[in-house]
Write a protein that binds this ligand. Structure first.
Ligand code: PSV
Ligand code: MN
Length: 388
């Protein structure tokens, strides 16, 4: 196994972008429960992100969602975030909550609706110019519910055309990140259902277009780490939306449902050069905390990624390659599993303390009084939510 000190030596490079919407209320299509202390504004969401970062050192930036996080002055918002010690990250577009998009957005048959959806993305790039964000992340709800309802091929062609118009607006250092999801809200076909489609569409656009892999967006049993390895190999893995799922797109805490899967994914990330200061792969969360408290939920999430990354870094690449090349099936598997089964928590606690961070960030949060403070302060107004 790789030496623990050597593995810990790489851990300081880990940064996880957190989603603004995780700090607001969310729920299922049956009910959105309110929670005391929930932010009313994007500024309050950012304050909560700053708390997560202060206690973990892991969440230096927050992804925004437009129009949920729309403000008049993005330069002021950036200054607010930086004043709290965090930055503004990916800008997420939203073409799934306007009546005009009932039958699609970037794929719609009506040129006027397509125009509206394209213009929304151009507005998002304006926001990116003001915030200094690198990435425009596009997840589309476009699809159909019944065979024959839409022209699958025509929709693909219109999608390509719409994306090209958005791509043309990007600055030199900006990227278009296309996210795929196999179903929901469309139940028959989805216009960007899989990594192959996202790959084909982004390949046609050019170098500044890459793919977002949301771990919750695959059919049960899918070998996600294979997709990670393949997209890294092809130079098209732009970002992750981490979360975990038991059934559909559950958006639960990353690593909660299947820690071993998270380990396998992070191993391929490290193996493929997707981790580290030189990597262009953005590690993000895309989660909702419907029942648990949101800030501890986010702390637990970033810690889960950190723990599993450290285990992945413990895999000895030389020993693994030797066993693989010798056809030593069980030996290779053993190298892998030894790292996975290592309890890294004591070493991590020491590592945190050495860096001036609390050994146990969740306990530190509970002791901080922050939750009581925001519960007391954030009274009145409208709690932020996903607006469904
Ligand atoms: C919808 O499934 C979704 O969760 C996508 O994963 C996006 O990343 C996110 O919403 C925000 O739009
Ligand atoms: Mn996502």
């Amino acid at each position: 196994m790789t030496d623990m000190a050597a593995a810990l030596g790489r851990l300081g490079e880990l940064a996880i972008e957190v989603p603004s919407w995780a700090y607001g209320n969310s729920g299922t299509r049956f009910k959105v429960f309110g929670t005391p202390g929930t932010p009313r504004t994007v500024q309050e969401k950012i304050a909560d992100v700053a708390k997560v970062h202060e206690l973990t050192g892991l969440a230096p930036s927050v992804a925004l969602h437009i129009p949920w996080d729309k403000v008049d002055d993005y330069a002021a918002l950036k200054a607010h975030a930086e004043g709290l010690g965090v930055g503004l990250g990916t800008i997420n577009s939203n073409t799934f909550q306007d009546d005009a998009y009932k039958f699609g957005s970037l794929t719609h048959v009506d040129a006027a609706v397509r125009r509206q959806a394209i213009d929304h993305h151009l507005e998002c790039v304006d926001v990116m110019d003001a915030t200094g964000s690198r990435d425009l992340k596009i997840w589309l709800a476009d699809g159909t519910n019944y065979p024959g309802q839409g022209d699958i091929r025509g929709r693909q062609d219109r999608l390509a055309d719409s994306l090209a118009q958005i791509y043309a607006r990007l600055g030199a250092n900006q990227r278009l990140v296309l996210e795929y999801k196999f179903f929901e809200p469309a139940f028959y076909h989805t216009d960007v259902p899989d990594w192959g489609t996202a790959y084909a569409q982004t390949l046609a656009l050019g170098e500044k277009a890459v793919v977002c892999l949301d771990t919750g967006h695959h059919a049960p049993g899918t070998n996600i780490e294979f997709i990670v390895a393949q997209l890294l190999r092809l130079g098209k893995l732009g970002s992750f939306d981490f979360n975990s799922r038991f059934y559909a797109d559950d958006d639960l805490i990353v690593g909660a449902a299947d820690p071993f899967q998270l380990f396998r994914i992070l191993f391929e990330v490290v193996r493929g050069g997707g981790f580290g200061a030189d990597s262009q792969v953005a590690l993000m969360l895309d989660q909702c905390h419907n029942l648990e408290e949101k800030i501890p939920g986010q702390i637990r999430s970033v810690l889960n990624v950190q723990e599993m990354l450290l285990r992945a870094l413990l895999v000895d690449p030389t020993a693994l390659t030797e066993a693989q090349e010798a056809g030593d099936v069980l030996g290779a598997n053993g190298v892998f599993m030894d790292a996975f089964y290592t309890d890294v928590r004591p070493a991590l606690a020491q590592w945190r303390e050495a860096r001036g961070l609390p050994a146990d960030p969740l306990a530190a949060y509970a002791a901080s009084g922050y939750q009581k403070k925001i519960n007391d302060e954030r009274v009145g107004g409208t709690q932020a939510g996903w607006g469904a």
